[in-house]
Write a protein that binds this ligand. Structure first.
Ligand SMILES: Cc1ncc(COP(=O)(O)O)c(C=O)c1O
Length: 370
């Protein structure tokens, strides 16, 4: 049995009619940018996240960049970020002129470790950029308490956590501002690039609206230097079609993750994700760790199971973020994750038989490698 890491055609198959209808509507409307489809999606997504505002932008990287700009973060400032995350997070900080300060992950949650925040706090830190890695929410109570104590902004990157919840609150609504990517393979993905910022701070939302459109308050009224980064109406209309399915898709993801956890328990050499007991993660990825990760990956590929690595580097090992600073507690967990992590296929359309098959191949490979 061959299993793709992610097969977007399979996800979209039942929605093709609805997506075609939405695309035709936009094509015939002649409104392709900053039109009514975008306004409708922004309203729906803000309501879904439980925030007062949503601003659609060009992609997840720009969502982060625009949020930091709107918080007046720039040259001379520093931003705490996790060390084991996608490169866009460091790039967004660097683009503002600020310096990322890397904080190690917690071995258990794989999210930024709140216990390391204090030792990473150097003069000039103005914000914490939290990533809800793999769909699991970071420890927001502790992070927000720390931020309040030190008067820092909290930017959530919920690009892997659309619809994840903690204590009934949705990812993206717990900090000053929440950022999303709608890259096609995300839990809520567009049919191309897309992103959004959500917030209940009206003036911040207004500033991001201006900044995403060259810094223009209205046509021919530039008020500051901005970007051209708008979620286009075609993508917004497709996202509007997909949004009502998000909770059901996430429920399927949780079920599949539950099967994996049951079927892979006590597999030699394999470390499993340790989700919050409230079961509210969005399970964007199911990431296991194994000391012989590359051999495990090869063996699974030989048996037709495609896997991926998120991510094979800790940020300080990349040339792009080599100017980043490192918190005093070191980055041991992030380095270990980079060399051992492996993402198994996880998608809402997977059948239990496929999940069982993947799990049994993982068990067999791990036994061979032990
Ligand atoms: C956590 C995180 N942040 C930011 C991004 C960047 O998003 P985009 O590819 O839409 O720029 C991604 C996407 O892959 C991501 O996973």
């Amino acid at each position: 049995m061959k299993v793709d890491f992610y097969n977007i055609e399979r996800l979209h198959e039942p929605l093709v009619g609805e997506l075609n209808a939405a695309a035709s509507r936009v094509i015939e409307s002649g409104q392709y940018l900053l039109g009514s489809e975008l306004a409708q999606f922004e309203q729906s997504f803000a309501a879904y996240c439980g925030t007062d505002h949503c601003v659609g932008v060009g992609n997840g990287l720009d969502a982060l960049h625009l949020s930091l700009l709107a918080l007046d973060i720039g040259r001379g400032d520093k931003v705490l970020i996790p060390a084991n995350v996608f490169i866009a997070v460091a790039l967004a900080v660097g683009r503002t002129g600020a310096t990322p300060v890397l904080v190690d992950a917690c071995a258990h949650s794989r999210n930024i470790d709140p216990d390391h925040l204090e030792s990473a706090l150097v003069p000039g830190v103005k914000a914490i950029l939290v990533v809800h890695q793999y769909g699991e929410m970071a420890e927001m109570d502790e992070i927000n308490a720390f931020a309040r104590k030190h008067e820092l902004f909290v930017v959530e990157d919920a690009s892997q956590a659309h619809g994840a919840r903690v204590n009934g609150r949705v990812a993206g609504s717990l900090g000053n501002v929440g950022c999303f990517s709608f890259y096609p393979s995300k839990n809520l993905g567009a049919l191309g690039d897309g992103g959004a910022v959500v917030t209940s701070d009206g003036s911040l939302a207004q500033r991001i609206r201006i900044l995403r459109n060259y810094g223009m308050q209205s046509k021919n009224e530039p008020v500051e230097a901005g970007l051209n980064s708008r979620l286009d109406d075609l993508q917004a209309a497709c996202l509007q079609v997909k949004l009502p399915y998000l909770d059901e898709w996430n429920r399927h993801r949780r079920e599949i993750a539950g099967h994996y956890l049951n079927q892979l328990v006590e597999t030699p050499g394999l470390s499993l994700p340790a989700p919050h007991l409230d079961g509210s993660a969005a399970w964007h990825l199911f990431v296991v760790c194994h000391p012989r990760r590359d051999a495990l990956r090869e063996q699974l590929a030989f048996h037709g199971i495609e896997t991926a690595i998120h991510y094979p580097y800790a940020l300080h090992r990349t040339p792009i973020s080599c100017s980043a600073e490192t918190g005093r507690s070191g980055l041991v967990i992030s380095e270990t994750l980079a060399s051992t992590c492996l993402s198994l296929p996880l998608a809402p359309y997977l059948h239990p038989a496929e999940v069982e098959h993947i799990a049994s191949e993982v068990r067999a490979a791990a036994h061979d490698l032990s």
